[in-house]
Design a protein around this ligand. Structure first.
Ligand code: NAD
Length: 363
């Protein structure tokens, strides 16, 4: 198969759909790989890195789309790419169709085969192509939180790890899923005291088993949240209700209960956030302050660390890319149930019912 890796053209997107390690595997399996010139630069991979493992470099995005049977990328195609997508071409990427009717219509019209990373789902109901980005965001939440706790940026002026003779900072983590556990682990590693809340006892038992004793689990309810926000310096929101808006676990009135300079990093912002005062921010302007509480609510946190994010993403996409290239999409999806859940639009037909439901379209 001929596989194309275009350069991402969405604003501020520096990730790339495949690393040289992925190209190496595809070439080893007798596939041809075309990489657009400069596609990997934002993630630290240069044309010669791809050429060394057998890829050919094409100058323009038009050439990459025109030459390829399958396009592997990161973000959904943006408008200037719509016209480049061909009938029968496989496009394997994050699509998030339910948030764009325009994109959905364009992909239906293209008659391509759209396989969405975010809906690939394994037998346990987990989403293996979303997990690495939650891991990145969870770990980053502590890095960012620690920075915004500094006084010059209006934080409380607390060093998370403390020093000998001074108690460490306190981190409250809402949700003990992928984001929450990674955040707790990073905070614990810095020496902070960590409290992690969830409504799922299985998750709390797991955290209790694997984390050091300065990571304390408690059940998530309003009483416990109200109690802890008064004494914690950094609050990380990592709650997810599958397919729904995150619940507002911290309401506006509760901000007054917190100490000035407390930092909230609401990672769940992409699902509306779990803090009432959350509104999405960008890496250019990541924080805002309400009632002396610093809010960091960047909706694409992994975008700030494109090297790590690209490698983490392609580690998990590559096995599926190889299957698709080796077997074609029909056989690959017949054989692999997880991958088949990624099929969203197939040659003009929407096959993932949540998309039609999102727009109230006739099935
Ligand atoms: P996950 O499903 O692994 O974990 C969510 C956890 O929330 C679960 O353990 C669940 O039991 C818990 N939960 C549900 N209701 C709760 C409540 N009332 N109180 C406490 N916990 C509750 O999800 P995840 O992968 O950790 O993702 C969390 C959120 O982070 C998602 O919205 C995801 O889209 C988002 N995310 C954002 C970014 C970003 O850049 N901002 C990046 C990656 C992920």
């Amino acid at each position: 198969m001929i596989v194309g890796i275009p350069k991402e053209i969405k604003n501020n997107e520096s990730r790339v759909g495949m690393t040289p390690a992925g190209v190496f595997e595809l070439v080893k399996n007798n596939h041809t790989v075309y990489v657009q010139s400069g596609a990997g630069e934002g993630s630290g991979f240069f044309n010669q890195d791809y050429q060394q493992v057998g890829a050919s470099i094409l100058e323009t995005i038009d050439e990459v789309y025109a030459a390829s049977d399958m396009i592997v990328k990161v973000k959904e195609p943006i408008e200037t790419e719509y016209r480049l997508i061909k009938e029968g071409q496989i496009v394997f990427t994050y699509f998030h169709f339910a948030s764009s009717e325009r994109l959905t219509k364009a992909m239906v019209d293209s008659k391509s085969v759209c396989i969405a990373y975010e809906t690939v789902e394994d037998a346990e109901g987990t989403l293996p192509l979303l997990t690495p980005m939650s891991e990145v965001a969870g770990r980053m939440a502590i890095q960012q939180g620690a920075k915004y706790l500094e006084k010059p940026v209006k934080g409380r002026g607390v060093l998370l790890g403390g020093v000998p003779g001074v108690a460490p900072g306190r981190v409250l983590v809402l949700g003990a899923g992928t984001v929450g556990i990674q955040a707790a682990k990073m905070a614990a590693g810095l020496g902070a005291h960590v409290t992690i809340l969830d409504v799922n006892m299985k998750r709390l038992r797991y955290v209790n088993d694997v984390m050091p004793s300065h990571v304390v689990t408690e059940f998530s309810n309003e009483f416990n949240i109200r109690k802890h926000i008064k004494t914690h310096d950094l609050i990380v929101g990592g709650v997810l209700l599958k397919g729904a808006k995150a619940p507002n676990l911290i309401t506006r009135d509760m901000l007054k209960e917190m100490r000035p300079g407390t930092v909230i990093v609401d990672v769940a912002v992409d699902q509306g956030g779990c803090i009432e005062t959350t509104k999405a921010t960008t890496h250019e302007d990541p924080v805002y302050i309400i009632d002396d509480i610093v809010h960091y609510c960047v909706a694409n946190m992994p975008g700030a660390v494109p090297y790590t994010s690209t490698v983490a993403l392609t580690n998990v996409t590559l096995p599926y890319v190889l299957k698709l290239a080796n077997m074609g999409w029909q056989s690959a999806c017949n054989l692999d149930k997880a991958l088949s859940k990624g099929l969203n639009i197939v040659e003009g037909e929407i096959v993932y019912k949540e998309i039609t439901e999102a727009f109230n379209w006739e099935p």
